[in-house]
Each structure stands twice: as C-alpha cells, then as structure tokens.
Design a binder for this molecule. Structure first.
Ligand SMILES: [Fe+2]
Ligand SMILES: [Fe+2]
Length: 379
C-alpha cells in the first residue's frame, strides 16, 4: 500500500540548505546506514569533523561558530561543496525572531490527487508534528518572538483551532498570528476564532505593528473572506504610514505574496501584480529600509524591488519543511531558512519531495540566495 513511510528513500542526496555568516545547515537522505562524516575545512583555522548516525532515511546537522566572509570546504559522505560564508550585516546584533507559515493543521494529505498520506492514523498527525518541531528548533536557535504568517489551520474546524491552541500555547515565546486564506475559507463547520483560547497570541486584523530592538515589525492581514488570493489595496496608505513612522528599518510580514505579473502563472494566486507593485512602491517611498516576507506559495524565493528585499518562505509541512529566522543588526538584517531536522517531522517533509511527480522537490527549495540573505539597509 502506498503512503508514508515510504518503502525506500530513493537515490542518495546531500544538500546544503543554509550558509549563514556563522553557521551552515546540511541535510542528507538515502545514504548507507552507519556513521555520516561531516567535515568543515576553512582556509584558515582548524578543520572540524562531526559524526552523525544515518539509518538510511533523512538527516542533517547545523555547524555553528564559523567565521563570516570566509571560504570553506564542506565534505559530507564523499561529496565536496566549496562555500563561502556571507558577511555579517553592519553593527551589533540586536534581536532575533522567527516565522512559520502554512502549518495547515488538519490537512490529511499532499499531492495533486491527495494520494500522499500517512498509512497509520498517528496521534500526532504530520502538520502538528512538523509545526511543533519547527517552532522548537526556531526557539532553540534563539528566536525571541514567533510570527505565524497564515494558513495555520486547514479549514478552521473547531478541532483544528484546538490543535492551534495547543501548538501556540507551547511556543515558549510571544506569538503574533497573521491570518491566511485558509483561516477565512467558507467550509462546513468552519469557525472564525478571534481569540486562541489557550495561547497568548496576538491575532492581527488589518494592520498591526510591534517595535523590537532596532526594527519595527509590521503585520498585514491580506485575506479576503472566502477567497484564496489576497488584497492590499485597502491597506496601502495605512501600511505606508506605519512603515514611515518607524524610527528605523521595518519588516513587513503577510500571508499572500506580491505577484510579479497581473495574472498568476503558477498556483496559488497571491496579490495581483499591479496592486502588488503599487503597494511595494508605496513602501519604497515610505521607508526604503524594509524587508517584505510572505508565505502561501509553500516555496522559498527572494527578489529585490528597488531597495526592498522581498521574500517567500516555505511551509513547515511540505518539502523542504522549513522555518524562517531573522537576525536584526544595527545596520542591517539577515534571513535564514532552515529545514526542521527533527526526525519525526523530516521523514514526512522528505517524503513530500516526490509530490507532483517529483517536480515539487525541484520547485519549492529555491536557491541558496533565496533562503539566506545578509542585507545592509539602504537608507
Ligand atoms: Fe498554505
Ligand atoms: Fe495560503
């Protein structure tokens, strides 16, 4: 019977997920059972070797304490990667926060025909396991605040909101929740939860902001009741005011992404191109020291819009199964996207690599530049 867990993990792969100024993350799957040697050889300084056990399934490791702006060679299970750690943004580190998006609590399946499912009915279904592990790893990385960028629940059924309560109550850090289209679906038994009962969560309606050390975080609800795509037309002036009033740089977090073109050329549709461009242009005028980040596409991408950095970060539950980390510096910001390494989460997310005939695995990951960004503010 098909389903998760799969009978085989396919051909061996080793992938560099993140290269940050002081850390890297590498993952593997399909290696022979036994020890995996991970060696980091900087041009200057001593080489380091780590050993991890592999059972043939997915695994990975984070190597910390690297020197910024330094070339290094990474060797894993006979593969060689020539890498260079990026420069740190200017000035001292001031704070860290993390994002998760597209947790989709209550979603049973993946794939065009919803054929990718868990064979057993686990107590901890995969969206909950993956979301919980992502939040735990983001907190371990040092996040002081968690931003949930929409599609936390699949349909908004009461039991899904109960799962959301449990998930966010355990976050261990303050949580801000920006809704996505799945929170405003019109489906049988759906309920719109204004307060998450068990958890201390700020639920964003319209536009909200939080001032963190060195940064104003601006949260924008781009949903339209009952619709899958998003809108910002009615919020442009308000967001521009909040961004302009900040004493320094800003990060704008929202669920829907800014389409480049008027019509979407892939699924799912975001904010139509002309409306999205007017919004981004208004942000440039209001405060060019701004990074805009969204979810919804379940993929990792980054681009520039003039001085703005505009990113999309993937889902916690679909390959590659990630969370986003932001480190605010006095003169800039860095973004990292890391895969959740918890084995119970990574088994599922690795399995979903093969969705859409394997195209999903090549589409969703993006390039290293889409995930890891070291940016000095343009002021
Ligand atoms: Fe989603
Ligand atoms: Fe969405």
């Amino acid at each position: 019977m098909p389903g998760f867990p799969p009978r085989s993990w396919g051909r061996p792969r080793v992938e560099v997920v993140a290269v940050e100024p002081t850390a890297l993350q590498v993952t593997w799957v399909g290696l022979p059972s036994g020890p995996v040697e991970v060696a980091v050889e900087p041009q200057r300084g001593a080489a380091r070797r780590l050993l991890r056990d592999s059972d043939g399934g997915p695994g990975g490791v984070v190597v910390d304490d690297l020197a910024p702006a330094t070339p290094l060679v990474l060797r894993v299970a006979g593969r060689r990667f020539d890498l260079r750690t990026p420069q740190l943004p200017a000035g001292e580190e001031l704070c860290r926060f993390a994002t998760v998006s597209d947790v989709h609590l209550g979603n049973p399946s993946v794939g065009i025909f919803h054929t990718m499912r868990e064979r057993d009915d686990p107590v901890d279904p995969h969206p909950l396991r993956c979301g919980r592990a992502a939040i735990r790893e983001a907190r371990g990385w040092g996040a002081e605040l968690l931003v949930v960028k929409g599609d936390l629940v699949e349909h908004g059924h009461p039991e899904q909101w109960d799962m959301a309560d449990a998930l966010l109550a355990d976050a261990g850090v303050p949580v801000t929740f920006v809704p996505g289209n799945h929170e405003v679906k019109r489906s049988p038994r759906a309920e719109r939860r204004d307060v998450l009962d068990g958890a201390e969560v700020e639920l964003v309606r319209g536009v909200a902001h939080r001032d963190l050390p060195g940064l104003r975080l601006v949260l924008v609800d781009t949903t339209i009741d009952g619709r899958g795509h998003g809108a910002v037309r009615h919020l442009v002036e308000e967001v521009a005011d909040v961004v302009a009033d900040a004493s320094g740089p800003t990060v704008v977090a929202m669920h829907h992404y800014a389409q480049r073109f008027q019509l979407p050329w892939f699924w799912p549709p975001g904010i139509p191109g002309r409306e999205a461009r007017r919004f981004l242009d208004a942000l440039v005028r209001a405060n060019p020291a701004t990074l805009v980040t969204s979810g919804h596409t379940h993929r990792n991408r980054a681009r520039r819009h003039g001085p703005l950095v505009v990113t999309e970060v993937g889902s916690t539950k679909d390959f590659p199964g990630v969370w986003g980390g932001y480190v605010v510096h006095e003169g800039g910001i860095r973004q990292t996207v890391r895969r959740t390494l918890d084995r119970s989460a990574m088994g599922w997310t690795e399995y979903t690599r093969r969705a859409v005939g394997g195209i999903w695995g090549r589409w969703s990951m993006g390039d290293l530049d889409d995930r890891c960004i070291s940016h000095d503010w343009d002021r």
